[in-house]
Design a protein around this ligand. Sequence first.
Ligand code: 5GP
Length: 197
Amino acid sequence: MKGGKLIIFSAPSGSGKTTIVRHLLAQSELNLAFSISATSRPRRGKEKNGEHYYFLNVTQFKKHIKNEDFLEWEEVYRDNFYGTLKSEVERLWAQGKNVIFDIDVAGGLRIKNKFPDKTLAVFVKPPSIDELKIRLKKRSTESDDKINMRIAKASVELATAPQFDHIIKNYDLETALSDAHKLVANYLAESSFKKDE
Ligand code: 5GP
């Protein structure tokens, strides 16, 4: 697989990574396109198929696993599979884009390991687990059980932060957005001088 750069944002759910990724997508000079993941989790709120996710049922998802169609996949929560289809990254590379991912910690590190020379992996750190709880409750798109499941996973995910290229602290959103923009712009500028990429 050849093509543009891969920019990964991983973080516990509720850390604000989606807001950061959306902000970066709006900066046209970065030439980024969003990698739409496949998932077997139910649709939330106003989410659209083919825009936020490719929504599949568990059987369809498992068929793609069997066919080795995924660059990476994870059962992020029980029976909720998420994965990056190889065809998705190829689709965006064919458009001459750098690809940006909003994916979980394990998936992010897996892609980083597959493409170490063309990937920037960023971990977004929330101020605290308590603050995460408050943010997830405010979002109020899910039951308390689901929120608690996300919180339990967050503690494990926080421990992986040192394996990423950079950690952005999302304690103040404006600062986090500006830090993320600088980081990605610098990475794209530096790495564009490397051969083959
Ligand atoms: P949500 O259900 O809130 O949309 O996503 C739950 C978690 O799954 C988030 O941490 C999100 O970043 C992650 N996720 C989304 N797409 C993918 C993917 O393609 N692969 C992996 N490994 N995780 C994903």
